[in-house]
Design a protein around this ligand. Structure first.
Ligand SMILES: Cc1cc2nc3c(=O)[nH]c(=O)nc-3n(C[C@H](O)[C@H](O)[C@H](O)COP(=O)(O)OP(=O)(O)OC[C@H]3O[C@@H](n4cnc5c(N)ncnc54)[C@H](O)[C@@H]3O)c2cc1C
Length: 384
């Protein structure tokens, strides 16, 4: 067991920090703070991410993927602005979902553009009636000759309003228990008509969350991916890596709140001494540091476990739940340590709280993550 980064990992994390400071943050700063980034800004960001080699981090190397381990990907992700990291997670995971089972000619037509970030891709699974119960999708696939048609509504889709293509989960029929048979379909927005409506977010306000409607949206039959019924498997494979990565994103936000609070209590004097000299304040700082460190190590352990080829369902779920939960607690305490300054907009802590809070829902709510972990512990699924 080793807890220090190798020199290569240190260089990688430093390079990712410079990428953020020198290239990504300036793009975000140029755009309005409270609204989703423009498509032009997203294209510029994806250009930088592609130059860094992380637009298809999880794609197998034989298909031109980065060859980055999940652990190293985590070390990069925690350095990126959260709004960029969440978008990249969707793009990179969707590229994996596309590649596994795509028709060879369709793969040849699209993969290079996804890998290079020239085209942005997202995954549309959630629906008004299918959130945590992700298999309960009702978006219908109808096949007529060599064309397929999609009808239904998707909700809360990351990247949808700025993407070029979507990997849509739809129902290809019903199994013998009456459950939908989920099928992946590539929808190219330059060819197929799709309705898009942005849904404003409480945090990460420069990000994109969309409602997507399909009204007999036509797609070529060759755009069906994999085999009917396998969509859930590829959702889970991607989620298992997404979860600790999202945990690291939330913790990076919380670390900023901790740093802000530490600077504040070091400067601020009350009752004749710096706040940092008081026992109760030191206990808060110790609790915060413990929450950040323990959750980060758990996320890195989950990623390292995935690198061994293990499935890691329970560990990944535990890591995200612990990390996003701890992030919220740390920011909450940071706000309290800063008193009036913490509750006004001056230090930006309330915004950090809202940004980190977003991460407690996608790719498994806190409750569902506990149930996934609980299933690993007990061998019994408790959600049905
Ligand atoms: C920022 C963000 C990005 C997203 N990006 C995408 C995306 O790119 N693609 C996509 O397809 N979707 C995306 N989503 C949707 C996301 O996957 C769903 O919001 C999530 O799965 C939860 O579904 P829901 O909102 O319908 O909540 P619900 O499933 O209705 O859950 C509501 C509450 O009930 C609890 N609950 C549910 N079932 C049980 C049970 N059996 N036992 C106990 N408690 C239960 C949950 O834990 C939760 O607290 C995104 C959401 C957000 C917020």
């Amino acid at each position: 067991m080793q807890f220090d980064l190798t020199s290569d990992q240190t260089m990688l994390a430093d390079a990712a920090r410079r990428l953020s400071e020198e290239n990504l943050e300036p793009v975000l700063a140029r755009e309005p703070a409270g609204t989703p980034l423009s498509k032009a800004a997203m294209q510029e960001i994806y250009g930088y991410l592609a130059d860094f080699g992380i637009t298809a981090a999880r794609l197998p190397e034989e298909f031109g993927g980065s060859g980055l381990s999940m652990l190293d990907y985590g070390l990069v992700m925690e350095q990126l602005p959260a709004v960029v990291a969440l978008s990249l997670l969707s793009h990179d995971g969707s590229t994996v979902r596309f590649n596994a089972g795509a028709d060879p000619a369709v793969r040849a037509a699209y993969l290079d553009d996804f890998r290079s970030g020239r085209k942005i891709v997202c995954t549309a699974n959630s629906e008004p009636g299918a959130g945590s119960d992700s298999n309960a999708i009702s978006t219908r696939l109808e096949i007529e000759g060599d064309r397929a048609y999609l009808t239904g509504t998707k909700m809360w889709i990351t990247n949808a309003s700025v993407c070029d293509c979507m990997i849509v989960s739809c129902s290809a029929g019903r199994d013998d228990r009456g459950r939908p048979v989920p099928q992946r379909v590539l929808v190219d927005l330059s060819q197929s008509r799709v309705g898009l409506a942005e849904t404003p977010l409480a945090g990460l306000k420069q990000g994109h969350l969309c409602e997507v409607t399909f009204d007999r949206t036509e797609v070529p039959l060759s755009h069906l991916i994999g085999t009917p019924g396998d969509a859930g498997k590829y959702m889970t494979i991607v989620w298992n890596a997404n979860r600790p990565l999202i945990g690291l994103m939330a913790l990076a936000i919380a670390r900023r709140a901790y740093d802000t609070a530490l600077a504040h209590v070091t400067e601020r004097r009350q009752f004749g001494a710096p706040l940092a000299a008081r026992q109760l304040i030191q206990q808060d700082l110790s609790d915060m540091e413990a929450m950040l460190t323990s959750a980060r190590l758990t996320c890195l352990m989950a990623l390292a476990t995935l690198d061994t080829g293990a499935r890691s369902n329970g560990l990944s779920a535990m890591a995200k739940r612990l990390a996003t939960g701890n992030a919220i607690k740390v920011i909450h305490t940071a706000m309290q340590l800063c008193g009036g300054m913490g509750i006004t907009e001056e230090l930006g802590l309330a915004q950090l709280w809202a940004d980190a809070r977003v991460f407690q829902v996608p790719d498994g709510t806190q409750g569902i993550l506990a149930l996934i972990h609980g299933r690993d512990i007990t061998g019994t699924a408790a959600w049905r």
